[in-house]
Write a protein that binds this ligand. Structure first.
Ligand SMILES: *Cc1c(COP(=O)(O)O)cnc(C)c1O
Length: 378
């Protein structure tokens, strides 16, 4: 079955004699203990969550998925297998919260490397690392890392490779198919898709490792609650149709930005001049619906933040509504100094939603045109 069919064709409630057509919310903390009973306590297991996990594993092409209360909880549970003092190699423009977790909370050593530079990756792995965490495209600079090459290097140095696939979702990219060990998502973004759930997921093929992650989740109490699981399952069913629309609009918006005089540079893998454009399309089927734009002036930033009426200023991405943010002061405020110094001045990140593409273009052009006119006058 194709991806789109699998999104909606699944058993919503295995073993239920009433055969409901939608998965019920098992809003209970305990289950009567019985011989052969699969559940006892919702922190450890819940049928609504089980259906969601089976779906996510299937869609991402993994054997098992584990859902968490947030993307950060998912990343944290994966990183727990790294012992105190051992090393993690992490991408450079990683989500700010991930960098903060690795450097300020977990008792591990972290080395940030530019994962588009394979020689630098090899040097870092050569110093010994238990885990490598990568985002491709990275966020907000949309830098593309070579998944096949990273898999080969990590396996040579016996380092587990985790890819945070939040930006594209399994609709756009499936890193496990390239041999990546673990995929992580902030399900808060495209998977849930409606800006109303916080969640995370870990997916992989190594049963022993996932059993260990499940153990950590149960011990720390970070599993996704039944109602959130249900919301996520509901949102997930329209993933492909949402993504198709949002990504197509994003490509149009990226080209509009590229041609606008108020814009210095556009970061979106759909653009032929984007570094890694060809590589990206070898390993992904979509350029995604998030675009970063470096404006020529502070006025340009302010115009997008305050004058684009259809773009609410919020962190996050992947919702049905379009939004705009300034990474330096918002999503990446907690990122290491070295990364923040890499970000161009006047950088804005947009998440494209499901509004009419013409309305979005008109809204953005009107905001940007006000800047170009002012600049021309002074
Ligand atoms: C949002 C995000 C996270 C964190 O997920 P939460 O659900 O907010 O905890 C991690 N990685 C990436 C790439 C994200 O965009």
């Amino acid at each position: 079955m194709k991806f789109e069919t699998r999104l909606v064709q699944f058993d919503p409630c295995p073993g239920d004699p009433h055969r409901p057509s939608a998965t019920p919310i098992y809003q209970t903390s305990t289950f009567e203990i019985r011989e052969g009973g699969a559940y006892d306590y919702t922190r450890s297991g819940n049928p609504t969550r089980t259906v969601l996990e089976a779906q996510l594993a299937h869609l991402e092409g993994g054997r098992r998925a584990l859902c968490f209360a947030s993307g950060m909880a998912a990343i944290s549970a994966v990183a727990r297998f790294v012992q105190p003092g051992e090393r993690i190699v992490a991408g450079l423009d990683l989500y700010g919260g991930t960098s903060r977790l690795l450097s300020q909370v977990l008792p591990v050593r972290v080395e940030h490397v530019d994962t588009t530079d394979l020689a630098a990756v090899e040097r870092a792995l050569g110093r010994g690392a238990r885990l490598m965490i990568v985002e491709t495209p990275s966020n907000p600079l949309m830098r593309i890392s070579d998944l096949r090459a990273l898999v080969a290097l990590c396996h040579r140095y016996e380092t587990r490779l985790a890819v945070d696939n939040s930006l594209l979702s399994p609709w756009g990219q499936r890193p496990l198919e390239f041999g990546v060990d673990v995929v992580i998502h902030s399900a808060t973004k495209h998977l849930a898709g409606h800006g109303d759930v916080t969640g995370g997921v870990v997916i992989g093929n190594d049963e022993a490792f996932l059993e260990r992650v499940a153990f950590v989740r149960n011990a720390e109490g970070t599993a996704l609650a039944p109602f959130e699981s249900w919301l996520l399952l509901r949102g997930l069913q329209t993933l492909s149709i949402r993504q198709e629309r949002a990504c197509a609009t994003a490509c149009t918006v990226a080209r509009m930005f590229q041609d606008h005089p108020a814009v210095e540079r556009v970061f979106h893998p759909s653009l032929e001049r984007h570094a890694g454009h060809a590589l990206h399309h070898e390993q992904a089927s979509s350029a995604g619906s998030v675009i970063s734009v470096a404006l020529r002036s502070r006025e340009g930033v302010d115009a997008l933040l305050t004058q684009a009426r259809l773009f609410t200023t919020t962190v996050s991405f992947g919702s049905v509504h379009s939004s705009v943010s300034e990474p330096v002061s918002m999503s990446h405020a907690s990122a290491p100094k070295r990364l923040r110094s890499l970000l161009p001045h006047h950088l804005v990140r947009l998440s494209i939603g499901l509004e009419d593409p013409d309305d979005l273009i008109e809204d953005l052009t009107r905001a940007l045109d006000s800047v170009a006119v002012t600049a021309g006058q002074t």
